[in-house]
Design a protein around this ligand. Structure first.
Ligand code: BJW
Ligand code: ZN
Length: 253
């Protein structure tokens, strides 16, 4: 662990990040909503992070769905519709270049449910909070992939007729076990851990940063602003990830 460097000088920060990333054989990346902001998708917290005046904590819980499934489906159907209109941005594409460079040594753990990493071309992607593309029956648990095609306002299961829900992880729900275990392994065994566009306030996802640090990885953060993780990273690349990530990857050559 090096003293955290909150660089005013982005040149110096980029140089340091290159020094840490270039020799790494195994790299794990944790992404959050910020990496998709430049594709036009809203983040959850901060300015403009509200949806119809609701906090994410008020719509993304099993209790909210039980209380008002129509409201919750409005939120998710709107986001599914937005997905049909967006494309990966240069930040996503930089991570594809990084995977191409590292091959099997690369793991991308994402909290995002938008599928933009796979659309960009990343292969080893672990979606720890699920995906907007799939729905799950609340009764028979059948999972179906509908891509971004429009769904009914209140969709029901074709097999048993019960209510469907988005196949995402809400607050107070466990993460998918196998995907989570693989994420922890990747964080624990990497040489360098890259944290991109997350406020790092949601657990257990944010805990991966500590897993990586405790197991000796160097940690690089790319964020528009300081996050809850910034005081415990080695280098902070302040700025839009659609600019900082391509610059970082370019300098590895
Ligand atoms: C840019 C940028 C640009 C902008 N370039 N950067 C008290 C303490 C600790 C933990 C808890 C607690 N009370 C409860 C908990 C646990 C809870 C939790 O963490 N709560 C905290 C909020 C307090 N966690 C859970 O409940 C989890 N489950 C769990 O713990 O299970 C345990 C269990 C055990 C046994 C039985 C049962 C359960 C589940 C968490 C699920 C989170 N789900 C959501 C919704 C997913 C579906 C959906 O998308 O609708 O996941 S919530 C939402 O937050 C979503 C995100 O993935 C997640 C993280 O948000 P993210 O990505 O960080 O976005 P933002 O908006 O917060 O930040 C954006 C960042 O981008 C900012 O930093 C910007 O600066 C930056 N940015 N533009 C670079 N251009
Ligand atoms: Zn069913």
């Amino acid at each position: 662990m090096h003293p955290p460097i909150d660089y005013e000088s982005s040149e110096e920060a980029l140089d340091r990040a290159v020094q840490l990333l270039r020799p790494a054989k195994a790299v794990a990346v944790l992404t959050g909503a910020g990496i998709s902001a430049e594709s036009g998708l809203a983040t959850f917290r901060g300015a403009g992070g509200l949806w119809e005046g609701h906090r994410v904590e008020d719509v993304a819980t099993p209790r909210a769905f039980l209380r008002d499934p129509e409201l919750v489906w409005r939120f998710y159907n709107l986001r599914r519709a937005n997905l049909a209109a967006v494309k990966p941005n240069p930040g996503h594409l930089a991570l594809v270049e990084l995977e191409n460079r590292l091959g099997a040594g690369f793991t991308l753990v994402t909290q995002n449910v938008d599928g933009l990493h796979q659309a960009a071309g990343n292969k080893n992607v672990l979606e720890i909070h699920g995906t907007l593309r799939r729905v799950r029956c609340v009764c028979c648990e059948r999972v179906t992939d509908h891509g971004v095609e429009p769904l009914a306002d209140l969709p029901h299961c074709a097999a048993c007729g019960a209510l469907l829900r988005p196949d995402v992880v809400w607050f107070e729900e466990p993460l998918p076990t196998d995907i989570w275990d693989r994420s922890v392994s990747a964080a624990a065994s990497c040489d360098c851990f890259l944290v991109v566009g997350t406020s790092a306030v949601v657990y257990p996802a944010a805990g991966l940063i500590d897993v990586a640090r405790m197991d000796g990885a160097d940690v690089i953060e790319a964020n528009l602003d300081r996050s809850a993780a910034s005081s415990r990273v080695d280098v902070l690349l302040l700025g839009p990830s659609g600019t900082t990530l391509p610059e970082l990857i370019k300098r590895l050559h």
